[in-house]
Design a protein around this ligand. Sequence first.
Ligand SMILES: O=C(O)C(=O)Cc1ccc(O)cc1
Ligand SMILES: [Fe+2]
Length: 447
Amino acid sequence: MAAYLSRLHHISLHVSNAEKIANALVRKFKFKLFATRVTDGSNQLAFRKGAAVFVVNEKPNQCSVRLDEEHHDITGKCFSDLYSGNGGKYNQYNSANFLYDVSPHHSVDTVSNVCFEVEDVERSSRALRHQGCTFLVPPTTVQDENGLVTYSVVKSIVGNVCHTLIDRSKYEGIFLPGFDVTEKDCSLPEEDMSCPITHFDHITYACPRKTTHQVMGWYEKLFGFQRFFIDSNEDVEEGLVIDQEGIGLRLTAMEYWKCSKAGIVLPSVEKKEPDCKFVIAESLPEQGRNQVDTFLAQHRAPGIQHIGLYTKNIVSTAHVLAEAGVQFFSPPPTYYTEVGKQQEIEEAGHSPQMLAQHGILLDADLHQDPLSQTASSENKRYLLQVFTKPIFAEDTFFLELIERRGATGFGEGNIRALWRSVQAYMENERGGSQEEGSPKTVKTAQC
Ligand SMILES: O=C(O)C(=O)Cc1ccc(O)cc1
Ligand SMILES: [Fe+2]
């Protein structure tokens, strides 16, 4: 049985300099720091914008406990011992480790934990363990004066990505026990009209070649995810293959539905609101090096390549963020003057000049979803996207703004335009393509 997910709770980053990322999230991306957990050995900062919550974990120094492949143990005992560092007794406020997460000891900054709310952590963890999942933290309860929270941490099939499963139904505090809430009035999504980012739209994984089916199968079997089609050019078996112009990408997408009764709701019967989507990107052989290859080389493992932040108004959001110093990829200026694109933009009620200002891409060429019955409103669907330059020192993780106007998938045209922008950036700003896994030499445009 799958462990059905109630909703995405937060996404966590592991970085060597939390202050730097905190500054970027607050000053540039307009997130608010609202909860902190600072101990001798760890620094955890929680930021939110609407329902999107990031937890930034500052990587501990060398002397901390090492949790890596050879220490993994599905019984959990070994992890309790390792995790507490105090004679095997699990300590919920252990100063040497991250609460609600593990210390991944990844060599570069990384986004490595997607935390989901579930209704019953014990039962979900049992079900997953029966299916062979590796638990990095067994079900554990943490409490404070506002109630209690139970969580576990399961290793995913994708590189260093793991999932914290959390039940906070018996907790009335603003965030999680163990964190000090610094900003009490952001429990409700704030209405920020100029920068209306409301939630995480999707998470894109960069995966090695020929692993898409395995990854999809894992999420389908264990969490009840379902495949959905990115667009009608997509082959059921092959996914969306973009192999012209040396792009060489295979994309496949899946989603799950927010459910209130974890483990009981049958997604096929009770299709409610879809939550955050997941995109799996792998590069195709015999094409030039693309963003996925660069990610795998510089991140040194498969993992989270980018996250799409949903905004109700991408033009205004991109403007506010750019003013604050966020750098976006821009397609060549001709993108906005090509007859077809210009017309598409105008028909969607936008101004090519306004979109060009921050590199916003529009894809109205979204075909009918083969499973969808709503052909009549098809021509009104479109999608606006803009991609930031890398967030960390390496060319790995980046953010995206996305505004959906009826479109539920992703725009092939936008992916092509993004590819051209990245190529130009690699050639001009990064000083040509990099050697596999080599540290970057030019750091001109980190976001
Ligand atoms: O279009 C999107 O937002 C996607 O998430 C698809 C995607 C995946 C990988 C890339 O390197 C670029 C685009
Ligand atoms: Fe994306």
